[in-house]
Design a protein around this ligand. Structure first.
Ligand code: ATP
Ligand code: MG
Ligand code: MG
Ligand code: MG
Length: 494
């Protein structure tokens, strides 16, 4: 059977709609009214009020009992940051769709697991002997007993060798220090088969991947740490759309599906002479890191396009600086590894909007804005990209000639300060040269620069604050020396 991506998505929604779930729109990737959240990173974000018991009973959210959707997610900062994996592996993206289903105080574990199993094995007709299920094995320290209910339900579908217990990290979900929480059960798929893959589950192995997380919200974590059973129990599930699609298309990588192939074709049109089309090579077999660059560029245009369509843009602070870093990373990989032509990145918008605009009309509605913003941002980095890279190469070569292994913090700072290279991009380039970056040294330089900016502001008095607002806020807010977000986002919740 053929499973083009569009049919995979539709079949998921149809399945849950036929089981009385209301199809609910994705929330924007840029959260509207949740300052604790950098980007939408899971389908449950917009349903938080329901889990907290804060949705008015006669509001649309408060009346909802069953829902399903595809949620636009970005995981490039905060609690979930997959940016470093993107390009290097086959199944983490910065932007992805999470197919979700919910029960709000309606059905619970039995029905949720049964539905998931039916969808995967009867609708998608995936082979039953490729699946593993994980359940919460209990944690004495957290005062939480094993979820034997989920285990026993799974034993109706799977042999016991493929029903595996894990600890809090993978199988217990909490919204924060206190609040709604509960065990989860996850479904993993062996892309190869005819083997015992149980040791590969939750082991970062691309051939045996997690596809679906079913969270059972049944407790409230009280301020004294104890768990109080909730009066209304909820189900919150999320499945990676691109992962599911790769499995249904019998591919070993998310990137080998029709979600990404049109983008690779478009990228190939912009690359330099002699650069081959995308061929899926990974790690050390990816000589020159050409395929890594294809993956990075294709992933990043998705993230930038959706973030701009939903109202954000690259800039100097917080969320906007995350977008700037992602854009510069893409432009660097495209220009340096693929020898892509100037302006190649914004030129990808057309194809991307063609591929996704049907499902997400906000892309079509904002096509011109997306293109204009990316184009301008791309051009501004172009100005310093080549000189900055030369500067970097000189410094890196010098370190290597002297038998060193670490690029100095001062060099990294000059790249940031003069050429606009985000520190995580400098780290990526350094790794390519077999070098580390002296982060401590970089942070010292940053702190000095910040101190200088503060002093200058203090001396100059009120008036010039306005004049200097740009430069100063850049210094105060940008590139705080870690790949994480600026401090105000550090306490983000799920
Ligand atoms: P992983 O362990 O693979 O990083 P996760 O446990 O962080 O995944 P969840 O928070 O449980 O992921 O999210 C639910 C589902 O969303 C996952 O089972 C997976 O299929 C998908 N998913 C999570 N992160 C990504 C990502 N960066 N890119 C694509 N799909 C993802
Ligand atoms: Mg993860
Ligand atoms: Mg996981
Ligand atoms: Mg998970």
């Amino acid at each position: 059977e053929e499973w083009p991506a569009a049919r995979v998505r539709q079949a998921f929604l149809d399945f849950f709609e036929s089981r009385s779930h209301t199809r609910w729109p994705s929330s924007p990737v840029v959260p509207v009214d949740d300052p604790t959240l950098l980007f939408a990173n899971a389908g449950m974000n917009q349903f938080k009020p329901v889990f907290l018991g804060a949705a008015a009973p006669d509001s649309p959210l408060g009346r909802l009992r069953r829902a399903c959707n595809t949620q636009k997610c970005i995981r490039a900062g905060g609690k979930h940051n997959d940016l470093d994996d993107v390009g290097n592996d086959t199944y983490h993206h910065t932007f992805f769709e999470m197919l979700g289903s919910w029960s709000f105080g309606d059905y619970f574990k039995d029905e949720a697991i049964g539905q998931a199993w039916d969808l995967l094995t009867k609708v998608y007709k995936l082979p039953v002997d490729r699946f593993y299920a994980t359940y919460f094995g209990g944690d004495e320290k957290a005062g939480t007993a094993a979820d034997t209910e989920s285990r026993d339900i799974w034993l109706r579908y799977l042999p016991k060798e493929r029903v595996l217990p894990f600890g809090c990290k993978d199988n217990f979900w909490e919204m924060g220090e206190t609040g709604p929480c509960g065990p989860c059960t996850e479904i993993h798929f062996d892309r190869i088969g005819n083997r015992d893959a149980s040791s590969l589950v939750n082991d970062d192995d691309p051939t045996c991947i997690e596809i679906w997380n079913l969270v059972f919200i049944q407790f409230n974590r009280e301020s004294d740490g104890t768990l109080r059973p909730l009066p209304a129990k909820h189900v919150d599930t999320g499945m990676g759309f691109e992962r599911l699609t790769s499995i249904l298309q019998n591919k070993m990588s998310n990137y080998d599906t029709d979600v990404f192939i049109p983008l690779f074709d478009a990228i190939h049109k912009s690359v330099g002479d002699g650069i081959e089309p995308y061929s899926g090579k990974l790690g050390s077999s990816d000589v020159g890191k050409v395929d890594t660059a294809y993956r990075v560029v294709a992933d990043h245009i998705r993230t930038l396009s959706f973030a701009i369509a939903d109202g954000s843009q690259p800039g100097n602070e917080g969320r906007e600086y995350v977008l700037r870093r992602i854009l510069r990373r893409a432009v660097h990989f495209g220009r340096q590894k693929l020898m892509a032509k100037q302006g190649f990145f914004s030129n990808l918008v057309d194809v991307f909007v063609q591929v996704m605009g049907g499902v997400f009309p906000e892309l079509k509605e904002n096509e011109k804005k997306i293109k204009d913003i990316i184009k301008a941002e791309e051009a501004s980095f172009e100005n310093t990209l080549v000189k900055g890279f030369e500067r970097f190469k000189k410094a890196a070569d010098a370190v290597k000639e002297n038998g060193g292994a670490v690029l100095s913090g001062q060099d990294a700072f000059v790249l940031w300060d003069t050429y606009g290279y985000p520190i995580d991009l400098t780290e990526v380039m350094a790794v390519d040269f077999g070098l580390a970056v002296d982060m401590e040294g970089f942070n010292v330089c940053m702190e000095e620069a910040r101190q200088k900016a503060r002093n200058a502001r203090f001396k100059a008095g009120e008036k010039s604050i306005i004049l200097d607002a740009n430069a100063t806020s850049q210094l105060l807010n940008q590139g705080l020396g870690s790949t994480d977000d600026s401090p105000k986002f550090q306490h983000e919740e799920h």
